[in-house]
Write a protein that binds this ligand. Structure first.
Ligand SMILES: Cc1cc2nc3c(=O)[nH]c(=O)nc-3n(C[C@H](O)[C@H](O)[C@H](O)COP(=O)(O)OP(=O)(O)OC[C@H]3O[C@@H](n4cnc5c(N)ncnc54)[C@H](O)[C@@H]3O)c2cc1C
Ligand code: SF4
Ligand code: SF4
Ligand code: SF4
Length: 441
């Protein structure tokens, strides 16, 4: 939609859409009193987002769509659980305990993404009669789904790294007859909590506890399409799974006719490596992920991520951050019942497994600052206490950020074949750039 033809359209929301910042959380869809916001799939950008179908009702509307959008503004202190009131919300979020752990049951950790902790939590919840809402394959792709029976655990996928839509979450929660255990990524939760705060406060009573994924990136579907084209699959990819079998690191692509499986860690030759790296490239991602400052899911009761630690190089192990007493009680219950094995994490484990850059949002803040100065509308994230400001971006970093910004625009419009052709050259160049970038930081 463009500015001239739609003078009434809500400007900040249009900026979100134009700047490729929408993460399909669904908040604005349900907040709009005129129901003129609809979920869409943007073919060219390879991602789910929303469209404003009619701007006439926007004149004179107080624009709740803008008030709820987590790609415009998020104030973590105002959205935090009442249980954490009085605790300071740093960039790591409120922390009561941090654990390393896994589920000893193969049906949980054997098919999960890291230690199977989330699957163990879901199973326990369903066994005790508490419904669960999480992303599941619903025959038409992945969508938030209400589960009631322990047998339904089979429907739960491991991590899905390509674009998914969480838009239906409000509908699904309304459907639930009692409070649920909710599994969600940080930005999906930001959108949902903002929606609840502004529009439908009673919906918060439907959420007994949130288990949040720690989330560094969500790839767009460009990754899948690009990979399929490099591998000459000859037909479109209709679904993908990334782990979820005994073997960690397997990428499975499903087409109408076949299932194709690839190792994402051990490559037979350089060409396979380049095919993969050029497809699953952070450059082809939505800008929102690059500007995200909440990878650790500070609003969740329990946040779970992969524990990539030097002292545990090969184990399927999760890092678990407990933020509330309810979260603590639940994890103690699972441990007492022998459903998870936990050891206390060391103070530096969170940073080691996720990197300081993600934990403290250094690059996101540098890039955000740079883009704001250029006049690009970007999200504002407010934490109650600020950690030290990010290191100043030197001249070289500014050049790198500019390059990245423009390259992302090219790739996000689907022109990735040239990128793949040049990727071997770029990969060499990138090693040097990364080294220089580190020096510049
Ligand atoms: C897009 C994405 C990026 C991630 N990035 C990181 C990272 O940078 N660092 C890190 O430590 N961990 C990251 N993770 C989390 C990690 O991969 C594991 O999912 C997590 O450690 C839980 O593992 P598990 O074995 O306990 O759960 P699993 O048994 O693997 O269960 C995964 C749960 O997540 C839900 N889920 C899967 N994909 C999505 C999705 N796209 N949106 C919403 N819900 C979903 C499923 O419904 C299921 O409930 C990411 C996950 C995703 C989906
Ligand atoms: S301004 Fe009002 S009517 Fe227009 S899209 Fe936003 S919420 Fe809907
Ligand atoms: S509220 Fe959510 S779905 Fe709506 S524009 Fe913002 S990010 Fe997209
Ligand atoms: S990195 Fe941030 S914005 Fe991107 S999917 Fe994860 S939580 Fe959402």
């Amino acid at each position: 939609m463009n500015k001239q033809t739609n003078p009434r359209e809500s400007r900040p929301l249009r900026d979100v859409l134009e700047n490729d910042l929408c993460i399909a959380c669904g908040a604005c869809v349900y907040a709009c009193p005129a129901s003129v916001i609809t979920p869409t799939y943007h073919e060219e950008r390879g991602a789910f987002e929303v469209t404003i179908t009619d701007t006439n009702p926007c004149a004179g509307c107080p624009a709740p769509c803008v008030q709820v959008c987590p790609s415009i503004e998020v104030n973590f202190a105002t959205l935090a659980s009442a249980e954490t009131e009085g605790t300071t919300c740093t960039r790591e979020g409120p922390i009561r305990e941090t654990w390393l752990g896994y589920s000893p049951a193969f049906q949980h950790n054997g098919v999960s993404s890291s230690g199977g902790i989330i699957r163990a939590l879901i199973h326990d919840s369903l066994e005790r009669g508490r419904p669960v809402v999480c992303l599941c394959e619903d025959g038409d792709g992945y969508a938030p789904t209400l589960l009631h029976q322990p047998e339904e655990l089979d429907r739960v996928p491991g991590s899905i790294y390509h674009a998914v839509s969480f838009v239906k979450i409000v509908e699904v929660l309304r459907e639930a007859s009692e409070a649920v255990l909710l599994i969600s990524t940080p930005c999906q939760l930001e959108g949902l909590y903002k929606y609840i705060q502004v529009t439908e406060p009673t919906l918060r009573e439907k959420i007994a506890l949130v288990v949040g994924l720690i989330c560094g990136w969500m790839y767009t579907n460009h990754a899948l399409h690009a990979f399929a084209s490099y591998k000459q699959l000859g037909e479109p990819v209709i679904n993908a799974q990334y782990r979820g079998e005994d073997k960690v690191g397997r990428l499975k692509l499903f087409t109408e006719q076949a299932k194709h499986s690839y190792d994402r860690r051990a490559f037979d030759n350089k060409s396979d490596y380049y095919d993969f790296r050029a497809s699953f490239s952070s450059m082809a991602n939505r800008l929102r992920c690059r500007l995200c400052e909440n990878h650790l899911n500070v609003l969740a009761d329990i946040a779970v991520g992969d524990a990539w630690l030097k002292r545990h190089p090969k184990e399927k192990l999760s890092i678990i951050v407990i933020r509330t007493r309810t979260g603590s009680d639940l994890m103690n219950h699972l441990q007492d019942a022998g459903k998870v094995q936990l050891t206390t994490a060391e103070a530096t484990d969170l940073s080691e497994s996720q990197s300081n850059n993600l934990v403290f949002g250094y690059e996101a803040r540098q890039l955000n600052h740079k883009l704001s100065r250029k006049g690009v509308a970007t999200p504002t994230f407010t934490f109650t206490t600020q950690d030290p400001p990010p290191p100043r971006a030197g001249r070289l970093l500014h050049i790198l950020y500019d390059l990245e910004f423009h390259l992302r625009k090219v790739l996000r419009s689907g022109r990735y074949q040239t990128y793949r052709n040049w990727y071997p050259v770029y990969a060499k160049f990138k090693v040097i750039l990364n080294k220089l970038g580190k020096l510049a930081r």
